[in-house]
Design a binder for this molecule. Structure first.
Ligand SMILES: Cc1cc2nc3c(=O)[nH]c(=O)nc-3n(C[C@H](O)[C@H](O)[C@H](O)COP(=O)(O)O)c2cc1C
Length: 167
């Protein structure tokens, strides 16, 4: 089955997931790799990925998902806040809600992704006035710095192979 890998990534985290998916699947069946584009819609199977923007996927991925018809779709993404599978499920489900009926959701995989230094500067400023609120934010920021790591990418690889085994 021909497939496409479509993603939006501002700082490269989600692109790492896209690259891993590309690396493990047959290159001769890949018909499109990159930002949302009409060309990608020729594939029956689409891997669609996004960074997390205010609790859901980016606006261009939202729009892309809303335009899909009768496709098999696997979602992937990264989020600055991590460590909780419930949080990742919430984002995966929000992304999936953009898919019109008639498409088949094959599953999703999300992991944590590092945030830009400007975010830490904001938390540091917050720590001056509200240290209690800032502390967990700073801790999460520092934890995110190493993600997505090899273990995240290996888990994605396993999730994709498991999905293809069932699909
Ligand atoms: C404007 C903006 C909004 C964000 N909103 C969220 C959010 O609601 N939840 C979250 O977990 N991460 C949020 N993040 C963090 C990014 O989703 C995260 O760092 C992601 O890994 C970036 O992926 P990319 O490198 O592929 O762009 C936000 C980042 C930016 C710049």
């Amino acid at each position: 089955m021909q497939y496409a890998i479509v993603f939006s990534s501002q700082t490269g985290n989600t692109a790492k997931l896209a690259q891993r998916i590309q690396r493990i699947l047959p290159p001769e069946k890949l018909i499109y790799y990159g930002a949302p584009a009409a060309e990608a819609v020729q594939a029956d199977l689409l891997f669609v990925g996004s960074w997390t923007d205010k609790g859901t996927c980016s606006p261009e991925i939202t729009e892309f998902l809303k335009g899909l018809e009768n496709k098999r779709v696997y979602l992937f993404g990264t989020a600055g806040f991590g460590g909780s599978s419930a949080y990742f499920s919430q984002i995966g489900n929000r992304m999936a809600q953009n898919l019109p009926s008639g498409n088949i959701l094959l599953g999703y995989y999300l992991c944590q992704g590092k945030m830009p230094p400007s975010v830490r500067t904001r938390y540091e400023a917050m720590a001056q006035t509200d240290p209690q609120k800032a502390k967990p934010m700073l801790e999460n920021f520092d934890r995110a710095l190493s993600h997505p790591n090899e273990a995240d990418l290996d888990a994605l690889e396993k999730a994709v192979f498991d999905m293809l085994g069932k699909a």
